[in-house]
Design a protein around this ligand. Structure first.
Ligand SMILES: [Zn+2]
Length: 437
């Protein structure tokens, strides 16, 4: 099956960041066959109506099960330890996490995200959900030092992870298993080393929150006279397997260490700034050659799961923090959401740019809405003018999942009704507990 999408501007975000006005793209089955070849015989032609066609966006840090937490205790200090962890342990279930993941996939695809790196619980159930939704996903089971909704004992996630990885590794074109020790300060050194050993044994990515919290920085300084990154290096956790989320409070030496060891970073500017945690040194990360992608974080931290909401924040926060309007021009920001994310997830040979031979993960952004006119610079428009609701169509692995702003294969109202039905106990518990905040 061959499809040509024409009457579009191709925003390739390839190595040279090519832009082709009045271009076309041909899909053959699950793969991008050609750019700008109008002579190839095709089975179907789609008129892009002067839209912008770009690679599917890649969300490098998310918690798919956390839709039920959205808008709870948003302004509460120390929310994670005081509110989120206890509520999660009391009221999160496998069925709820799975219904949340389906809804999260719908939200992301409707907003132009085609790949997600998740860290949550019940990852085997979430893998089924992502498969049903036809969304590309790298999934990491969380490991923490306390009993939780998925395990009756501390570090139960280690055994669950190993089983999950063995079950899903190389089994599904869209699903890649990984491992997710929660953070530097919520795991013992021994547990982190065990997680690393599993990552190496199965050659999977390892997701970890690092250098995110003030109290995390303080704890490592007091107890070890180290930064969290120096600590990770001392126990052998810095490696090409590591995708460190946040990295807000990293020093120059930390970044040098991360670069030396081939680590990657998920930059979550919306979540970081909403919590008042700080603006991570993105410029220095990139200068060190560290692969950096963008992450929405979970719906409780970043509220929305699309990356259009992150793009303008990247520009605005870093320009402001550095008092430099010229920092991060739009054409440098957009690729962080595509090729940058692909590099972070080790998938740059498959996704992240409009390049023949790569998988057909595509987003068509319409240009007819009121906020999309005029267009002098497509990069500027995509970073500063567009939002998730401008996404007209989405393809994942050559399959169209969104058409004219609607899910093709699923009914959003049904996904929402299913989530709502499974959320009743959680909701009551959340409301009761939020009274004490
Ligand atoms: Zn997170």
């Amino acid at each position: 099956m061959r499809t040509r999408i024409e009457n579009v501007t191709l925003v390739t975000t390839d190595e040279a960041n090519h832009l082709y006005p009045q271009g076309c793209l041909v899909i053959e089955d699950d793969t991008i066959l050609a750019l700008n070849d109008f002579d190839l015989e095709v089975d179907e032609v789609i008129d892009g109506k002067q839209g912008l066609l770009l690679p599917g966006m890649i969300n490098t840090h998310c918690h798919l099960g956390m839709i039920p937490f959205r808008s709870l205790g948003d302004d509460c200090p120390d929310r994670l330890r005081r509110f989120l962890f206890p509520l999660e342990n009391a009221a999160m279930t496998r069925e709820l996490a799975q219904a949340s993941a389906r809804y999260a996939a719908a939200e992301m695809m409707l907003g132009g995200v085609t790949t997600v790196f998740d860290m949550y619980y019940f990852e085997d159930a979430l893998a089924e959900a992502m498969s049903e939704m036809n969304m590309r996903a790298v999934l990491a089971e969380t490991i923490v030092d306390f009993a939780n909704c998925d395990s009756n004992e501390p570090y139960g996630g280690l055994a669950i992870s190993e089983q999950f990885i063995a079950q899903w590794k190389n089994r599904h074109p869209l699903i890649t298993p990984a491992i997710g020790p929660h953070a530097t300060n919520t795991n013992s050194a021994e547990a982190l080393k065990q997680a690393q050993a599993i990552a190496e044994r199965y050659d999977v990515l390892l997701s970890l929150h690092a250098a995110e919290m003030d109290y995390e920085m303080e704890m490592f300084r007091k107890e070890k006279n180290q930064t969290p990154i120096e600590y990770l290096e001392s126990i052998g956790l810095l490696s090409p397997h590591l995708v460190a989320a946040h990295c807000i409070h990293v020093h120059d030496q930390d970044l040098r260490l991360m670069a030396q060891h081939g680590c990657r970073i998920a930059h979550c500017i919306g979540s970081n700034t909403k919590a008042g945690k700080g603006v991570a040194p993105l410029k220095k990360m990139i200068e060190q050659g560290i692969p950096v992608g963008l992450g929405s974080d979970g719906a409780s931290s970043g509220n929305t799961l699309d990356l259009f909401s992150q793009l303008p924040l990247v520009g605005k926060a870093h320009k402001t923090a550095n008092h430099d309007r010229s920092l991060f021009p739009a054409k440098e920001i957009l690729p962080l959401a595509t090729l940058g994310g692909a590099r972070v997830l080790n998938l740059e040979n498959q996704i992240g740019s409009l390049t023949p031979g790569k998988k057909a993960d595509l987003v068509l952004v319409e240009t007819q809405s009121v906020n999309m006119y005029p267009i002098y610079d497509p990069f500027s428009v995509l970073v500063y003018s567009a939002n998730a609701s401008n996404v007209d169509s989405v393809w994942v692995n050559g399959v169209q999942t969104v058409k004219h702003k609607q899910l093709v294969r699923h009914d959003l109202r049904a996904l929402r009704a299913d989530l709502e039905a499974k959320m009743q106990v959680f909701k009551a518990e959340a409301l009761r507990r939020s009274e004490d905040l």
